[in-house]
Design a protein around this ligand. Sequence first.
Ligand SMILES: [Zn+2]
Length: 171
Amino acid sequence: MSQVYVVDAGVLFSTWTKKIPDATLVTTSNILSELHNKPSQFRSEILMVINRMRAIDPEEKEIHRTTDAASQSGDISVLSENDIELIALALKIKNEGKKVTLVSTDFAVLNTASHLDIAILDPSGKFKEQITWVRRCPACKYKSKTPSDDIECPVCGTEMRRMSLRKRKMS
Ligand SMILES: [Zn+2]
């Protein structure tokens, strides 16, 4: 069974795809439309033409599952719709029983995917720990376990900050 790599816009901006010449690449149509500079557009078009890359979009059920996981990990407030879709696409491929790795340099994307037990790869090598985020009030120290909902402290009204509740080393 061949390995499928789900790639982020940041990865398509780079020349990382040249390092894995035999792998199958997929991304979403919205990620492709994020590519505005000519060299990365050109590289992506070539990859599509030679059938090494395809654009696939996830379904509602995977988007819901990803949104839930991002709420639980505390990443939801910093993820774009395109980010959510990309993670949902990796989840869809994983659920089809294929070997899939999500390649991104975006920590929130990598973190949410790791909470969904999706294999991840950070070409920059900087993502080392899975984090569960909470929001904490810097004034009265109130902690919110639902980081997506509370931006202002419900106790004193101060703007809350994101802080890590738990960290787990990635193997
Ligand atoms: Zn407070």
